[in-house]
Design a protein around this ligand. Structure first.
Ligand code: COA
Length: 328
Protein backbone atom coordinates (compact mmCIF):
# COMPACT_ATOMS: atom_id res chain seq x y z
CA UNK A 1 0.00 0.00 0.00
CA UNK A 2 1.30 3.44 -0.95
CA UNK A 3 0.46 6.97 0.07
CA UNK A 4 -0.76 9.98 -1.84
CA UNK A 5 0.16 13.47 -0.74
CA UNK A 6 -3.04 15.46 -1.22
CA UNK A 7 -1.67 18.82 -0.16
CA UNK A 8 1.30 20.44 1.52
CA UNK A 9 1.86 23.71 3.32
CA UNK A 10 4.77 25.44 4.94
CA UNK A 11 5.47 28.26 7.38
CA UNK A 12 8.64 30.30 7.63
CA UNK A 13 9.25 33.01 10.20
CA UNK A 14 9.81 36.42 8.64
CA UNK A 15 13.06 37.17 10.42
CA UNK A 16 16.11 36.30 8.28
CA UNK A 17 19.64 35.86 9.56
CA UNK A 18 22.30 36.19 6.87
CA UNK A 19 25.84 34.89 7.15
CA UNK A 20 27.03 38.45 7.66
CA UNK A 21 24.68 38.81 10.65
CA UNK A 22 26.66 36.08 12.47
CA UNK A 23 29.82 38.21 12.38
CA UNK A 24 28.14 40.20 15.18
CA UNK A 25 28.24 37.21 17.58
CA UNK A 26 31.14 35.00 16.49
CA UNK A 27 34.42 35.10 14.59
CA UNK A 28 33.18 33.97 11.17
CA UNK A 29 32.57 35.24 7.67
CA UNK A 30 30.20 34.72 4.75
CA UNK A 31 32.83 33.01 2.60
CA UNK A 32 33.65 30.35 5.23
CA UNK A 33 29.99 29.54 5.85
CA UNK A 34 29.08 29.38 2.16
CA UNK A 35 32.02 27.25 1.08
CA UNK A 36 31.90 24.84 4.09
CA UNK A 37 28.12 24.44 4.24
CA UNK A 38 26.35 25.98 1.22
CA UNK A 39 24.17 28.11 3.52
CA UNK A 40 23.67 31.84 2.88
CA UNK A 41 20.71 32.65 5.13
CA UNK A 42 18.16 31.06 7.43
CA UNK A 43 14.91 32.03 9.20
CA UNK A 44 14.64 32.60 12.95
CA UNK A 45 11.41 32.31 14.93
CA UNK A 46 10.70 35.40 16.97
CA UNK A 47 7.49 35.26 18.98
CA UNK A 48 6.22 32.11 17.22
CA UNK A 49 6.01 28.95 19.33
CA UNK A 50 6.92 25.71 17.53
CA UNK A 51 3.27 24.56 17.57
CA UNK A 52 2.19 27.84 15.94
CA UNK A 53 4.52 27.32 12.97
CA UNK A 54 3.26 23.74 12.66
CA UNK A 55 -0.35 24.87 12.86
CA UNK A 56 0.11 27.49 10.12
CA UNK A 57 1.75 24.91 7.82
CA UNK A 58 -0.99 22.39 8.64
CA UNK A 59 -3.84 24.80 7.83
CA UNK A 60 -2.31 25.46 4.40
CA UNK A 61 -1.84 21.72 3.77
CA UNK A 62 -5.49 21.03 4.70
CA UNK A 63 -6.66 23.84 2.42
CA UNK A 64 -4.56 22.59 -0.51
CA UNK A 65 -5.78 19.03 0.08
CA UNK A 66 -9.37 20.31 -0.10
CA UNK A 67 -10.54 18.10 2.76
CA UNK A 68 -12.59 18.75 5.88
CA UNK A 69 -10.42 18.74 9.04
CA UNK A 70 -13.00 16.53 10.77
CA UNK A 71 -12.06 13.75 8.31
CA UNK A 72 -8.48 13.61 9.56
CA UNK A 73 -8.01 10.44 11.62
CA UNK A 74 -4.53 11.12 12.94
CA UNK A 75 -2.15 14.04 13.48
CA UNK A 76 1.50 13.03 13.74
CA UNK A 77 3.94 15.85 14.46
CA UNK A 78 7.71 15.55 14.24
CA UNK A 79 9.74 17.92 16.36
CA UNK A 80 12.99 17.93 18.29
CA UNK A 81 12.28 21.43 19.61
CA UNK A 82 8.81 21.14 21.09
CA UNK A 83 7.45 23.92 23.27
CA UNK A 84 6.49 21.58 26.12
CA UNK A 85 7.55 18.28 27.67
CA UNK A 86 3.81 17.76 27.60
CA UNK A 87 1.38 18.30 25.89
CA UNK A 88 2.56 17.31 22.45
CA UNK A 89 2.45 19.88 19.68
CA UNK A 90 0.29 17.44 17.69
CA UNK A 91 -2.51 17.84 20.28
CA UNK A 92 -2.30 21.63 20.05
CA UNK A 93 -2.28 21.45 16.24
CA UNK A 94 -5.22 19.00 16.31
CA UNK A 95 -7.24 21.56 18.26
CA UNK A 96 -6.08 24.59 16.25
CA UNK A 97 -6.88 22.98 12.89
CA UNK A 98 -10.28 21.57 13.89
CA UNK A 99 -9.15 17.97 13.37
CA UNK A 100 -11.53 17.03 16.17
CA UNK A 101 -11.78 13.35 15.28
CA UNK A 102 -8.05 12.74 15.07
CA UNK A 103 -5.74 10.89 17.43
CA UNK A 104 -2.56 12.88 17.99
CA UNK A 105 1.01 12.14 19.00
CA UNK A 106 4.53 13.44 18.40
CA UNK A 107 7.54 11.69 16.97
CA UNK A 108 11.05 12.77 17.88
CA UNK A 109 13.63 11.27 15.56
CA UNK A 110 15.49 14.59 15.25
CA UNK A 111 16.24 15.51 11.63
CA UNK A 112 14.89 12.15 10.38
CA UNK A 113 11.59 13.00 12.12
CA UNK A 114 9.44 13.76 9.09
CA UNK A 115 10.32 10.49 7.36
CA UNK A 116 9.71 8.57 10.61
CA UNK A 117 6.36 10.37 11.02
CA UNK A 118 5.32 9.82 7.40
CA UNK A 119 6.20 6.15 7.59
CA UNK A 120 4.30 5.78 10.86
CA UNK A 121 1.30 7.50 9.28
CA UNK A 122 1.35 5.08 6.35
CA UNK A 123 1.33 2.12 8.75
CA UNK A 124 -1.76 3.55 10.48
CA UNK A 125 -3.52 3.97 7.13
CA UNK A 126 -2.65 0.39 6.25
CA UNK A 127 -3.93 -1.16 9.47
CA UNK A 128 -6.94 1.04 10.25
CA UNK A 129 -9.19 1.25 7.22
CA UNK A 130 -11.58 3.62 9.05
CA UNK A 131 -8.86 6.26 8.89
CA UNK A 132 -9.21 8.39 5.78
CA UNK A 133 -6.53 11.06 6.05
CA UNK A 134 -3.45 11.67 8.17
CA UNK A 135 -1.92 15.07 8.81
CA UNK A 136 1.86 14.83 9.11
CA UNK A 137 3.56 17.96 10.46
CA UNK A 138 7.19 18.85 11.13
CA UNK A 139 7.94 22.03 13.08
CA UNK A 140 11.18 23.27 14.58
CA UNK A 141 12.48 26.29 16.49
CA UNK A 142 16.17 25.38 16.68
CA UNK A 143 17.10 28.98 17.39
CA UNK A 144 15.92 28.44 20.99
CA UNK A 145 18.58 25.74 21.49
CA UNK A 146 21.46 27.02 19.40
CA UNK A 147 24.62 27.99 21.24
CA UNK A 148 25.28 31.38 19.66
CA UNK A 149 28.83 31.27 21.06
CA UNK A 150 29.74 28.12 19.10
CA UNK A 151 30.67 29.28 15.61
CA UNK A 152 30.88 25.79 14.15
CA UNK A 153 27.25 24.94 14.97
CA UNK A 154 25.23 28.17 15.32
CA UNK A 155 25.63 29.03 11.64
CA UNK A 156 24.02 25.77 10.50
CA UNK A 157 20.47 25.93 11.80
CA UNK A 158 17.18 27.66 11.01
CA UNK A 159 13.50 27.53 11.99
CA UNK A 160 10.36 26.62 10.08
CA UNK A 161 7.57 24.12 9.59
CA UNK A 162 5.91 22.10 6.85
CA UNK A 163 2.95 19.74 6.74
CA UNK A 164 1.32 17.20 4.43
CA UNK A 165 -2.13 15.64 4.26
CA UNK A 166 -1.90 12.06 3.03
CA UNK A 167 -4.28 9.28 2.11
CA UNK A 168 -3.71 5.68 1.02
CA UNK A 169 -3.00 4.78 -2.61
CA UNK A 170 -2.08 1.73 -4.69
CA UNK A 171 1.17 3.26 -5.89
CA UNK A 172 4.71 2.27 -4.94
CA UNK A 173 5.90 2.74 -1.36
CA UNK A 174 8.99 1.39 0.33
CA UNK A 175 10.91 2.62 3.35
CA UNK A 176 13.58 1.94 5.90
CA UNK A 177 13.94 3.44 9.37
CA UNK A 178 17.25 3.03 11.18
CA UNK A 179 19.15 4.16 14.26
CA UNK A 180 22.58 3.87 15.83
CA UNK A 181 22.28 4.90 19.46
CA UNK A 182 26.02 4.44 20.02
CA UNK A 183 26.36 7.92 18.47
CA UNK A 184 23.77 9.57 20.74
CA UNK A 185 26.46 11.70 22.43
CA UNK A 186 27.59 13.23 19.10
CA UNK A 187 24.63 15.59 18.69
CA UNK A 188 22.30 16.56 21.51
CA UNK A 189 20.55 19.20 23.59
CA UNK A 190 19.72 18.40 27.22
CA UNK A 191 16.23 18.82 28.65
CA UNK A 192 15.98 21.66 31.11
CA UNK A 193 14.64 20.23 34.33
CA UNK A 194 15.54 19.92 37.96
CA UNK A 195 16.82 16.36 37.67
CA UNK A 196 19.28 17.39 34.98
CA UNK A 197 20.60 20.24 37.11
CA UNK A 198 21.20 17.88 40.00
CA UNK A 199 22.90 15.39 37.70
CA UNK A 200 25.17 18.00 36.11
CA UNK A 201 26.13 19.52 39.46
CA UNK A 202 27.04 16.11 40.88
CA UNK A 203 29.60 15.63 38.07
CA UNK A 204 27.98 12.34 37.18
CA UNK A 205 29.56 11.32 33.89
CA UNK A 206 26.64 10.35 31.68
CA UNK A 207 28.83 10.07 28.59
CA UNK A 208 27.57 13.34 27.14
CA UNK A 209 30.57 15.69 27.13
CA UNK A 210 28.87 19.11 27.08
CA UNK A 211 27.24 19.76 30.46
CA UNK A 212 25.72 23.19 29.84
CA UNK A 213 21.97 23.04 30.08
CA UNK A 214 19.78 22.92 27.02
CA UNK A 215 22.19 24.26 24.34
CA UNK A 216 22.79 22.19 21.24
CA UNK A 217 26.11 20.40 21.23
CA UNK A 218 27.62 18.57 18.27
CA UNK A 219 30.82 16.87 17.27
CA UNK A 220 30.70 18.29 13.74
CA UNK A 221 33.38 16.09 12.21
CA UNK A 222 31.89 12.82 13.50
CA UNK A 223 28.36 13.84 12.54
CA UNK A 224 29.65 14.76 9.08
CA UNK A 225 31.23 11.31 8.66
CA UNK A 226 28.03 9.60 9.82
CA UNK A 227 25.86 11.75 7.53
CA UNK A 228 27.78 11.03 4.34
CA UNK A 229 27.27 7.29 4.93
CA UNK A 230 23.73 7.52 6.35
CA UNK A 231 22.15 9.23 3.33
CA UNK A 232 23.14 6.56 0.76
CA UNK A 233 22.43 3.84 3.35
CA UNK A 234 18.90 5.09 4.07
CA UNK A 235 18.16 5.17 0.35
CA UNK A 236 19.71 1.80 -0.44
CA UNK A 237 18.02 -0.07 2.42
CA UNK A 238 14.61 1.31 1.40
CA UNK A 239 15.21 0.85 -2.35
CA UNK A 240 16.41 -2.77 -2.08
CA UNK A 241 13.08 -3.82 -0.56
CA UNK A 242 11.31 -2.85 -3.81
CA UNK A 243 14.05 -3.61 -6.35
CA UNK A 244 14.59 0.08 -7.04
CA UNK A 245 17.83 1.64 -8.26
CA UNK A 246 18.90 5.30 -8.02
CA UNK A 247 18.20 5.67 -11.76
CA UNK A 248 14.49 4.94 -11.10
CA UNK A 249 14.15 8.02 -8.90
CA UNK A 250 13.03 11.36 -10.36
CA UNK A 251 13.84 13.46 -7.30
CA UNK A 252 15.91 12.93 -4.19
CA UNK A 253 14.77 15.09 -1.29
CA UNK A 254 17.56 14.84 1.30
CA UNK A 255 17.85 16.28 4.78
CA UNK A 256 19.28 19.76 4.29
CA UNK A 257 22.27 19.93 6.63
CA UNK A 258 25.31 20.74 4.51
CA UNK A 259 25.59 20.79 0.71
CA UNK A 260 28.94 18.98 0.92
CA UNK A 261 27.23 16.07 2.72
CA UNK A 262 24.65 15.89 -0.08
CA UNK A 263 27.33 16.11 -2.79
CA UNK A 264 29.24 13.21 -1.24
CA UNK A 265 26.04 11.15 -0.92
CA UNK A 266 25.13 11.93 -4.55
CA UNK A 267 28.58 10.78 -5.68
CA UNK A 268 28.32 7.58 -3.65
CA UNK A 269 24.91 6.83 -5.14
CA UNK A 270 26.11 7.71 -8.66
CA UNK A 271 23.36 10.32 -9.01
CA UNK A 272 23.88 13.81 -10.54
CA UNK A 273 23.35 16.72 -8.13
CA UNK A 274 20.59 18.16 -10.33
CA UNK A 275 18.34 15.31 -9.17
CA UNK A 276 18.62 16.58 -5.58
CA UNK A 277 16.24 19.23 -4.27
CA UNK A 278 18.29 21.83 -2.37
CA UNK A 279 16.85 24.53 -0.11
CA UNK A 280 19.54 24.71 2.57
CA UNK A 281 21.08 27.79 0.92
CA UNK A 282 18.09 29.89 2.06
CA UNK A 283 16.69 27.92 5.03
CA UNK A 284 19.75 26.28 6.61
CA UNK A 285 19.20 23.07 8.58
CA UNK A 286 15.65 23.13 9.96
CA UNK A 287 15.92 19.60 11.41
CA UNK A 288 12.75 17.54 10.84
CA UNK A 289 11.18 20.39 8.84
CA UNK A 290 13.95 20.42 6.24
CA UNK A 291 12.74 17.54 4.06
CA UNK A 292 9.05 18.59 3.93
CA UNK A 293 10.03 22.24 3.40
CA UNK A 294 12.15 21.21 0.41
CA UNK A 295 9.35 18.96 -0.84
CA UNK A 296 6.71 21.66 -0.42
CA UNK A 297 8.81 24.29 -2.18
CA UNK A 298 9.61 21.98 -5.12
CA UNK A 299 5.92 21.05 -5.49
CA UNK A 300 4.84 24.70 -5.36
CA UNK A 301 7.43 25.63 -8.00
CA UNK A 302 6.21 22.80 -10.26
CA UNK A 303 9.61 21.08 -10.13
CA UNK A 304 8.08 17.91 -8.66
CA UNK A 305 5.16 16.64 -10.72
CA UNK A 306 2.41 14.07 -10.13
CA UNK A 307 3.48 10.50 -10.86
CA UNK A 308 7.19 11.15 -10.30
CA UNK A 309 9.16 8.90 -7.97
CA UNK A 310 10.57 10.58 -4.88
CA UNK A 311 13.19 9.44 -2.40
CA UNK A 312 13.07 11.25 0.93
CA UNK A 313 16.28 10.56 2.83
CA UNK A 314 17.14 11.83 6.28
CA UNK A 315 19.67 11.51 9.08
CA UNK A 316 20.04 13.19 12.41
CA UNK A 317 20.65 13.10 16.13
CA UNK A 318 20.07 9.81 17.84
CA UNK A 319 21.75 8.92 15.59
CA UNK A 320 18.88 8.19 13.22
CA UNK A 321 18.47 7.71 9.50
CA UNK A 322 15.42 7.09 7.34
CA UNK A 323 14.41 6.67 3.72
CA UNK A 324 10.99 6.61 2.07
CA UNK A 325 10.40 6.08 -1.64
CA UNK A 326 6.99 6.73 -3.19
CA UNK A 327 5.20 8.39 -6.07
CA UNK A 328 4.05 11.96 -5.76
N1 COA B 1 33.62 30.44 10.72
C1 COA B 1 34.94 30.43 10.55
N2 COA B 1 35.74 29.42 10.94
C2 COA B 1 35.12 28.36 11.51
C3 COA B 1 33.74 28.31 11.73
C4 COA B 1 32.99 29.40 11.30
N3 COA B 1 31.65 29.45 11.45
N4 COA B 1 33.45 27.14 12.33
C5 COA B 1 34.58 26.47 12.49
N5 COA B 1 35.61 27.22 12.01
C6 COA B 1 37.04 26.90 11.97
C7 COA B 1 37.43 25.87 13.00
O1 COA B 1 37.63 26.48 14.25
C8 COA B 1 38.70 25.33 12.39
O2 COA B 1 39.74 26.23 12.66
P1 COA B 1 41.23 25.69 13.00
O3 COA B 1 41.64 24.94 11.78
O4 COA B 1 41.96 26.95 13.24
O5 COA B 1 41.03 24.83 14.20
C9 COA B 1 38.43 25.38 10.89
O6 COA B 1 37.34 26.31 10.71
C10 COA B 1 38.03 24.05 10.29
O7 COA B 1 37.06 23.48 11.15
P2 COA B 1 36.42 22.10 10.83
O8 COA B 1 35.57 21.69 12.00
O9 COA B 1 37.48 21.16 10.34
O10 COA B 1 35.48 22.46 9.61
P3 COA B 1 34.64 21.51 8.73
O11 COA B 1 35.04 21.66 7.32
O12 COA B 1 34.59 20.12 9.31
O13 COA B 1 33.18 22.14 8.88
C11 COA B 1 31.10 21.78 9.96
C12 COA B 1 32.55 22.19 10.14
C13 COA B 1 30.39 21.88 11.31
C14 COA B 1 30.43 22.73 8.98
C15 COA B 1 31.05 20.32 9.41
O14 COA B 1 31.84 19.48 10.21
C16 COA B 1 29.66 19.77 9.35
O15 COA B 1 28.84 20.19 8.56
N6 COA B 1 29.36 18.73 10.17
C17 COA B 1 28.06 18.14 10.21
C18 COA B 1 27.16 18.98 11.08
C19 COA B 1 25.69 18.69 10.86
O16 COA B 1 25.26 18.50 9.75
N7 COA B 1 24.92 18.66 11.94
C20 COA B 1 23.54 18.44 11.92
C21 COA B 1 23.22 17.05 11.52
S1 COA B 1 21.51 16.74 11.43
Amino acid sequence: MGIKILGMGCYLPEQKLTNDDFTRFVDTNDEWIRTRTGITERRMAGWEPTWYMGKEAALKAIEKAGIAPEDIGLVVAASATSDFHTPTISCIIQNETGAVNAAAFDVNAACSGFVYALDTARRFLETDKSMKYVLVVAAEALSRFIDFEDRSSCILFGDGAAAAVIERSDALYTSHLGADGSGSHLLYARCVNVAEEVKVESDFDDGFPEKRLHKLYQNGKEVYKFATKALPKAFTLAAEKAGITPADIDWFVPHQANVRIIETAAKNLGVPMDKFIITLDHYGNTSSASIPLALCEAIDKGTIKRGQKLALIGFGAGLTYAGAIFEY
